[in-house]
Design a protein around this ligand. Structure first.
Ligand SMILES: O=P(O)(O)O[C@H]1O[C@H](CO)[C@@H](O)[C@H]1O
Ligand SMILES: [Mn+2]
Ligand SMILES: [Mn+2]
Length: 405
């Protein structure tokens, strides 16, 4: 049975990439920063014994020469390496598409102005088409800070809160009951149509609940409206060849619902891991179970919370033995990330980093996969694993995984 699992630990970078200076990110290191802050705060090391067994600490050290203070005194049982990103941006779609074999080599459109970020003609047309009396925000912001600042005014005025970041995004926060969830989704769909002309990668609906600035909280009903990947990904190739791709969490949104056979929603690390396991068992031969673990990025990386990030990593690590035990002899599991988001770095944005490439399967050959020149090496490996036509980018490392001992 050919069954594969990919888990993207969203934002779990392992050291600044060679081109990090272009992004102002030289020296960022999500993993090492979390481990350091965690040990300082808790007076004990971050405990990631199972990730360490897969080779995480060895891969991270090879990527950055910065020793993350996490115990690692056993030989690896996984194949481990680290990959750099070819794509021009350090955003979620670029990272995921490149993992699936399609780097984004063109430049996205960005709203660069920190204030008055959106062109007036865009706002006018959006208001005209949707009938809202205007928008709030119109700036770069952290999505939780802006609720504290503008949540009350939004409820009073009925104007949605529109904001952006260093990513190619147009985000819309609105109250689920006052503004309405369906109405927010419709507003975002209209924005999506208008933003194609601006080459913006994603529109994101950010619904929230609560009745005062100190309790406004975003709900699990976030929805992302992405443009299509610029070329067929390994997901498209697998489904076209009669295989099955099961999306767990945000994956389907990130790939604009292309090359996906089944969409399974879940909120929170525990539910996402639970669904990954149950969908793995239910999946037929020639299946890829593809999970995005967004909490690392959304709840801890962008929120600049290294302790919360460390605790979430420890939780994920505690579930790893179940994921490893479920795998059948021919199965392959990959853990990776789509970019960094160093929670000790200045600002609240992503950081340009190497990502870990950790592979495991009952029959794989443990050892180093070294530095990978593109995230696309992962997609190419899965293309070969499923006997699909080769992708345009990436060097498969399947031979290293399956070489006889
Ligand atoms: O601050 P929040 O709303 O979480 O925004 C973050 O989430 C967006 C999508 O990942 C990024 O562009 C970043 O700005
Ligand atoms: Mn991401
Ligand atoms: Mn993010």
């Amino acid at each position: 049975m050919k069954k594969a699992v990919i888990l993207v630990l969203d934002s779990f970078g392992v050291g600044s990439a060679p081109d990090a200076d272009k992004f102002g990110d030289s020296g960022a290191n999500t993993f090492a920063s979390i481990a350091r802050a965690f040990a300082n705060h808790k007076g004990r090391q971050l405990q990631l014994p199972n990730l360490a067994r897969l080779g995480l600490v060895k891969a991270a050290f090879a990527a950055s020469s910065e020793m993350a203070c996490v115990t690692d005194n056993e030989p690896a049982v996984g194949a481990f390496g680290y990959a750099r990103e070819l794509s021009s941006g350090k955003d979620t779609p670029s990272g995921h598409w490149e993992i699936a074999g399609v780097p984004v080599l063109f430049e996205w459109g960005y709203f660069l102005n920190k204030q008055h970020s959106f062109p007036p003609e865009l706002i006018d047309e959006l208001c005209r088409r949707t009938g809202v009396p205007g928008i709030l925000g119109n700036c770069h912001a952290s999505g939780t800070d802006i609720l504290v600042r503008l949540g009350d005014e939004h409820i009073r005025s009925g104007m949605p809160i529109c904001y952006t970041s260093a990513d190619s995004v147009f985000q819309v926060a609105a109250h689920e009951s006052h503004f309405g969830l369906e109405r927010l989704y419709q507003f975002c769909e209209t924005a999506r149509q208008l933003l194609d002309d601006y080459n913006i990668g994603r529109v994101i609906a950010r619904p929230f609940l609560g009745d005062a600035p100190n309790n406004y909280a975003r709900t699990g009903n976030r929805r992302d409206y992405s443009v299509l990947p610029p070329a067929p990904t390994v997901l498209d190739k697998l489904t076209a060849a009669g295989g099955t791709v099961v999306s767990i969490g945000k994956i389907a949104d990130i790939y604009a619902h292309q090359g996906i056979s089944k969409e399974v929603k879940a909120n929170g690390l525990e539910a996402l891991v639970d669904k990954t396991i149950s969908e793995y068992h239910a999946a037929p031969d020639k299946s890829l179970i593809f999970t995005n673990l967004v909490d690392f990025d959304q709840n801890y990386g962008h929120r600049r919370d290294p302790i919360g990030y460390g605790e979430a990593l420890e939780y994920f690590d505690s579930r790893l033995p179940e994921l490893m035990a479920m795998l059948e002899p021919d199965s392959l599991m990959l853990l990776t990330a789509d970019h960094g988001c160093d929670p000790t770095w200045i600002g609240t944005e992503h950081t340009r980093e190497y990502v870990p490439v950790l592979c495991y399967g009952p029959q794989i050959n443990a050892g180093s996969l070294g530095e990978r020149a593109s995230f696309a090496d992962m997609g190419q490996t899965f293309a070969e694993y499923f006997a699909l036509d080769a992708l345009a980018y990436g060097q498969s490392f399947l031979t290293e995984l399956t070489r006889t001992h």
